[in-house]
Design a protein around this ligand. Structure first.
Ligand code: BEZ
Length: 337
C-alpha cells in the first residue's frame, strides 16, 4: 500500500513538473525577433526637424526599436547635416549611411523612371497617390535603383506641390510667363514650368528664402509643409494651392546591408518603413486645411486655380515624357483618368 502511494505521489509530481514546464514555455513565447543581431543604423534627409519627413523618420526609428525588441537603433541626421542629396545617395551606396529619405526629384537624375511621379495631376489627392505605392509600376520604379548599390524600400507622401508668388496673383498658367520661378533642379519639373512660359531657376531648398526676399526669383514651386517650416509667408504674398504634383520622398537603404539581413530582420525593416509611410500620409492629409489657414493667418492670400486650365500642359508633359521610358508610359497609362 505504502509502495503504491509512493508511486502515485511520484507520478503526481512528474505530471505537475510537466504542466509547469509547458505553462512557463507558453508564457515565455515572444514575437519573432529576427536573428538576435544588433544594429545602429544611420538615416539622412534634407528637411528641417519640424517637416513631416523628419517626423516620419522618427516614427521609423520608433517602429524599428519596438518591432526588434530594441535590437535596431536609428540615428537620424536631418536638415542636410550630411551634405546634399547627391552626397547622401553616395554615402548610402557606399554603406557609410544606411538609410535616406531622398526626393524622387533628385533620384530622377540617376534613375529616369522616377520622373513618372511628376506627371502633373496624376492623382486626385494624397491618399490616391499613397495607394499607388502598392502598384506593380511603383515597385518596378524602385527596382531601377538596384544597379547602384541601393535598395528602394518605399515611398513617403507628405504633401503635394503648390505655387507661391512674391507679389503677383497668378490666376492662370499663362500668368507665369516671364516669371523667374524657383523649381527644384529636376528636368521634368522644370519642363512643366517652361511649357507655361516661366523661367525656371534651379535653387536647392536652403537658398530659396533669400532668393525670393531679394527679388532674384518671383515665385517658387513648393509644398505647404515646407512653406510653413521655412516661413515663406514672410516673403511671398500669394499661395496658389494647385496640388499639381505629388512630392514623394523615396526611402532608400544600402543594398548589401539589406541583402545580408535575416528574412525576419528584413521584414522588420519593411514593416517599419511601411508604418512610417502610413503615418506620414495620414497625418499630413489631415493637416491640409490647417496648413492653408496657418499661411492665410500669417498674411498670405491662399487660393486655387482650376485644374482644367492646365490640361494643355499636362498633355505636353505626357507626350514628352511617356515615350522616354516604358515605366513612365506605364505609370501614365495606369493613373491618368
Ligand atoms: C524642395 O526642394 O522644394 C523640398 C524638398 C524637400 C521637402 C520639401 C520641399
Amino acid at each position: 500500500m505504502k509502495g503504491l502511494r509512493k508511486i502515485g505521489l511520484t507520478l503526481l509530481i512528474f505530471v505537475l513538473m510537466l504542466t509547469t514546464a509547458a505553462c512557463s514555455s507558453e508564457t515565455d513565447v515572444k514575437p519573432a525577433a529576427g536573428s538576435g543581431e544588433k544594429y545602429t543604423f544611420k538615416l539622412a534627409h534634407i528637411t528641417p526637424t519640424d517637416h513631416m519627413w523628419h517626423k516620419a523618420a522618427e516614427k521609423f526609428k520608433e517602429e524599428l526599436d519596438k518591432r526588434s525588441d530594441g535590437r535596431m537603433q536609428l540615428e537620424i541626421y536631418p536638415a542636410s547635416q550630411l551634405g546634399t542629396e547627391a552626397d547622401m545617395v553616395q554615402q548610402i551606396s557606399s554603406g557609410s549611411v544606411d538609410f535616406g529619405f531622398i526626393t524622387a526629384a533628385y533620384l530622377s537624375s540617376r534613375a529616369p523612371a522616377f520622373t513618372a511621379w511628376f506627371s502633373p495631376y496624376a492623382f486626385k489627392d494624397l491618399e490616391a497617390a499613397n495607394a499607388a505605392r502598392d502598384t506593380e509600376v511603383a515597385k518596378k520604379i524602385l527596382g531601377t535603383l538596384d544597379g547602384q548599390g541601393i535598395k528602394g524600400l518605399d515611398y513617403l507622401f507628405a504633401g503635394n506641390r503648390v505655387m507661391l508668388f512674391k507679389d503677383k496673383e497668378v490666376k492662370k498658367p499663362e500668368d507665369l510667363k516671364g516669371l523667374a520661378f524657383r523649381v527644384t533642379p529636376s528636368p521634368p519639373l522644370q519642363d512643366f514650368y517652361k511649357s507655361m512660359g516661366a523661367s525656371p531657376e534651379s535653387l536647392p531648398l536652403p537658398e530659396v528664402y533669400a532668393a525670393i526676399q531679394t527679388g532674384v526669383i518671383d515665385g517658387m514651386d513648393m509644398d505647404l509643409d515646407a512653406s510653413i517650416t521655412n516661413k515663406y509667408h514672410e516673403v511671398a504674398k500669394y499661395g496658389a494651392v494647385t496640388n499639381h504634383m505629388v512630392w514623394p520622398a523615396v526611402a532608400l537603404m544600402n543594398k548589401d546591408k539589406y541583402a545580408k539581413m535575416s528574412e525576419d530582420d528584413k521584414k522588420i525593416i519593411d514593416e517599419s518603413i511601411k508604418a512610417a509611410a502610413e503615418y506620414a500620409v495620414k497625418t499630413r492629409s489631415a493637416q491640409e486645411e490647417e496648413f492653408k489657414k496657418t499661411l492665410s493667418d500669417a498674411g498670405m492670400k491662399i487660393y486655387e486655380i482650376d485644374q482644367e486650365l492646365f490640361e494643355p500642359y499636362i498633355k505636353q508633359f505626357d507626350e514628352k515624357y511617356g515615350p522616354t521610358d516604358p515605366l513612365i508610359q506605364e505609370f501614365i497609362d495606369t493613373f491618368r483618368k
